[in-house]
Design a protein around this ligand. Structure first.
Ligand code: PGA
Length: 251
């Protein structure tokens, strides 16, 4: 694991136009994240090239929100990891709960992780429970979602980032934000599952991020209390001021 923290901005389906995407990217590029933070911006696929061109100046990294499970071939509508790397994409969010809700399941998620790794893209694997159940239920859901890692070689597992996003704490419909203490408890559990699945030594190389209603107000507390290695930010990443203040608050 690289030293330092990760902050990943997930723009989801926003904004509506390339012009608006360029505006956000231009505002971000005026600020340079500190050296101990790896900042990643994940715009929708059609905006990758123009956003990538602008954020380079600010030393942000480019990420995709999804990719094809097949590296290259006759797969209508899919976006090849090779095409993504040619645009400078270094990271890809995989298995986000909003994609799982559209029917994406473990075998496909595993294929996407392999597809990313084979082209040198770092997978950001999202896991998280749907509702605020008791800890036992949440743990078993997260452990099940982490099982895909047992199918990947230790050498490759070390290249993966995990993002824990409790679905009940994501987006405007969030029932309540997770507390930093909730995040800490799950970080400890995830590390235990990883140690059991891939071994303690490999586990120590895998960064774990927290995502779900992260804002400039709570970012610092999530990091300080949870011991997570970074944040996955949705809504607040579309407002350059908010994204920059999240970056500044944790550095
Ligand atoms: P949110 O989204 O920050 O808007 O809650 C997080 C995510 O879905 O990645």
């Amino acid at each position: 694991m690289k030293n330092g923290l990760y902050v990943v901005g997930n723009w989801k389906e926003y904004p509506e136009s390339v012009k608006d995407a360029q505006k956000i990217a231009a505002a971000l590029s005026k600020n340079r994240p500190s050296k101990n933070v790896t900042a990643v911006v994940c715009p929708p696929h059609p905006f990758l090239e123009s956003v990538g061109g602008k954020i380079k100046k600010g030393k942000y990294n480019l990420g995709a929100q999804d990719l094809s499970p097949m590296v290259l071939g006759a797969y209508t509508g899919e976006v090849s990891p090779k095409a993504l790397t040619s645009l400078g994409v270094k990271y890809a969010i995989i298995g986000h709960s909003e994609r799982r809700a559209l029917g994406e399941e473990e075998p496909l998620i595993l294929q996407k992780i392999r597809s990313a790794l084979s082209c040198g893209i770092t997978p950001i694997l999202c896991v998280g429970e749907r509702s605020r159940d008791n800890a036992e239920v949440s743990h078993s859901i997260v452990a099940h979602e982490l099982l895909v890692l047992s199918e990947i070689s230790k050498k490759d597992v070390e290249k993966i980032i995990i993002a824990y996003e409790p679905i009940w704490a994501i987006g405007t419909k969030a029932s309540a934000p997770a507390t930093a203490e909730d995040a800490r408890e799950m970080r400890i559990y995830i590390q235990k599952v990883l140690a059991d699945t891939v071994g303690e030594k490999t586990m120590k190389h895998i960064p774990i991020l927290y995502g779900g209603s992260v804002t400039p107000k709570n970012a610092k507390e999530y990091i300080a209390v949870s011991g997570m290695h970074g944040l996955l930010v949705g809504r607040a990443s579309l407002d350059p001021k908010s994204f920059i203040s999240i970056l500044e608050s944790i550095q």
